[in-house]
Design a protein around this ligand. Structure first.
Ligand SMILES: CC(C)(COP(=O)(O)OP(=O)(O)OC[C@H]1O[C@@H](n2cnc3c(N)ncnc32)[C@H](O)[C@@H]1OP(=O)(O)O)[C@@H](O)C(=O)NCCC(=O)NCCS
Length: 181
């Protein structure tokens, strides 16, 4: 399949490159970026995550894309689509994001996620896309709300986090193709 790359006013969502890996490792090891994840990632774990996304993009055309600024070419993090198989409501396709903190507060996550939703509905012809995060991750919830996603109220315990862990309880948002239009 052709590798699909998306473009917005300010961003490219593109295939991963080796020279993204240093900044990706930096953001994955940053406790501020990773506040709502059970742990920061080591360099090898970060590289492996990038490699998984890269392989999925090669194989089927989409995943979490590497996001870069059109103006400077700087890599800023990832935004895109994923299909986790292990959640209580799987099969599903989620829209997700993780940016280096130098690039927060500029609307990049929402801009890139909107392009990802367009791809999900217009190219993959999905009926619905979900997004989820730990209850306290208000920045991420705000992205979901800016995208026009609805809080389903169906909170769930993330199966990869111990049930008594403070990050276990997740909110589940969704958007349908007709809501998105
Ligand atoms: C979640 C995350 C991507 C949100 O980043 P963000 O910068 O808050 O979100 P956006 O990129 O959509 O930017 C929105 C902000 O930019 C502001 N902004 C500035 N210029 C803007 C522009 N031109 N267009 C739109 N918004 C703009 C908005 O007002 C908003 O500010 P606010 O937070 O003060 O209300 C970021 O916090 C992150 O990477 N967190 C760590 C990873 C994570 O938790 N991922 C989700 C796990 S499920």
């Amino acid at each position: 399949m052709n590798t699909k790359e998306l473009e917005t006013d300010r961003l490219c969502l593109r295939q991963w490159r080796d020279d993204d890996l240093r900044v990706f490792a930096e953001l994955n090891s940053d406790p501020v970026v990773m506040e709502y994840f059970p742990k920061c990632l080591e360099r090898a774990e970060s590289d492996s995550l990038a490699d998984t996304c890269k392989q999925l993009i090669t194989d089927r055309g989409w995943s979490f894309w590497a996001a870069s600024l059109k103006e400077s070419g700087a890599f800023i993090g990832f935004v895109g689509l994923h299909d986790p198989a292990y959640l209580p409501f799987s099969p599903c396709v989620e829209v997700g994001w993780r940016l280096h903190k130098n690039y927060w507060g500029q609307g990049y996550a929402t801009e890139a996620a909107n392009a990802s939703l367009r791809f999900a509905f217009e190219e993959l012809h999905l009926d619905e896309v979900v997004s989820f995060t730990t209850v306290r991750n208000q920045r991420s919830r705000s992205v979901m709300e800016r995208l026009g996603m609805t809080n389903t109220g169906n909170n769930f315990n993330h199966p990869k986090i111990e049930p008594d862990h403070p990050l276990s309880e997740h909110v589940l948002y969704k958007i349908t193709k007709s809501d998105w239009r």
